[in-house]
Design a protein around this ligand. Structure first.
Ligand SMILES: Cc1ncc(COP(=O)(O)O)c(C=O)c1O
Length: 329
């Protein structure tokens, strides 16, 4: 039984302002050659958020469509966010700002690049101001400081936390669950890269609201599972208010499953398994994955298939969250 009907969910989502950054559903494709290369197993599908047209696409487009709409409604003239030097989220935020005629200030941890490449190159083409700080911990205070300065200069800044992983940003992935169900029956499992938690929170919330039995398996690109679990649950909890639904519905149902065994040496550091996954996805079904997120998520999926942790009759959907720009870093 559905806890919220699909029509009720759509009506609730339609009440939240959103910009048309992703007007079409992202395609879903089968992965027959990857499946054959793995010796069979479950039916594999891929949801191609990497193929979204806006700003080289990816999961951040879904989040920014909502978060930037809120910034615009608040009368903001500057978007301030943070991430790593090669942050996909920073690139999409810079693109959203350009599209809306706003300034973008990106606080990134790392050294300034002598010759910007990949996301950093796109950030500069998009006209974003990039402020480097030495460590991750210094990003949030620097964002606040920049916002304060902008306010005293009479500007109207809008701060977006890392990854736009707020309940509002995550709503982009509640929307995505509704989009998916218009395309195919609910798959048995969705596998995706997880890091700041918003993508997983939206997918889990969508499944909980509709009472779907789909497993949502996040493969961590960064933090330990226990930390991410708390982060994701916190975001899921905040979605009830935005949609004006009973918080009880979002407090139970679909588990928050996170596997942190594919991170390897750390965030952004390749592993043997991620290198294999990137090569295999490209050579079999011409899918380009990135070294930081989707390569590790696919390494997880491949390991699960090889270890027969899915059954043959199951449909497993790999949610490609983008990031392929990172191949050119
Ligand atoms: C390509 C890509 N995939 C997955 C993720 C993880 O998504 P989230 O931050 O919503 O957990 C990110 C961002 O962190 C990303 O850039």
């Amino acid at each position: 039984m559905h806890l919220v009907t699909s029509a009720e969910l759509r009506a609730a989502l339609a009440r939240v302002p959103s910009l048309p950054f992703a007007p079409q559903p992202s395609p879903i494709e089968p992965l027959p050659r990857l499946s054959a290369a793995l010796g069979g197993g479950p039916r594999l599908l891929v949801k191609r958020d990497d193929a979204m047209p806006f700003a080289f696409g990816g999961n951040k487009v879904r989040k920014l469509a909502l978060v930037a709409a809120r910034a615009q409604a608040d009368g903001a003239d500057t978007l301030i966010t943070a991430g790593a030097v090669q942050s996909n989220h920073a690139r999409v935020t810079a693109a959203a700002a350009a599209k809306l005629g706003m300034r973008a200030v990106l606080v990134v941890n790392g050294r300034p690049l002598a010759r910007p490449a990949a996301n950093a190159l796109l950030d500069s083409l998009l006209g974003a101001e990039v402020v480097c700080v030495p460590t991750r911990e210094e990003r949030a205070p620097k964002m606040r400081e920049i916002a304060e300065r902008a306010r005293s200069a009479g500007r109207r800044p809008f701060e977006i936390p890392v990854g736009a992983s707020t309940p509002l940003g995550a709503l982009g992935f509640v929307n995505a669950v509704a989009e998916l169900l218009d395309q195919i029956p609910a798959p048995d499992v969705i596998v995706h890269a997880t890091s700041s938690g918003g993508t997983q929170a939206g997918l889990v919330a969508g499944c909980r609201l509709l009472g779907l039995s789909t497993r949502i398996l996040g493969i961590s690109a960064d933090d330990e599972a226990s930390l991410l679990q708390v982060q994701v649950q916190g975001i899921v909890g905040g979605i009830a208010e935005l949609l004006d639904v009973d918080p009880g519905i979002l407090a139970r149902g679909t588990p928050i499953e996170i596997d942190d065994r594919f991170v390897g040496g750390g965030y952004g550091i390749e592993t043997e398994a991620s290198r294999e996954a990137i090569a295999l996805a490209a050579r079999t079904d011409a899918i380009f994955l990135d070294p930081t997120y989707t390569g590790k998520a696919m390494a997880g999926l491949i390991a699960y298939v090889r270890q027969r942790r899915f059954t043959d009759g199951q449909t497993v959907l790999f949610w490609h969250t983008g990031g392929q720009v990172g191949l050119f870093a």
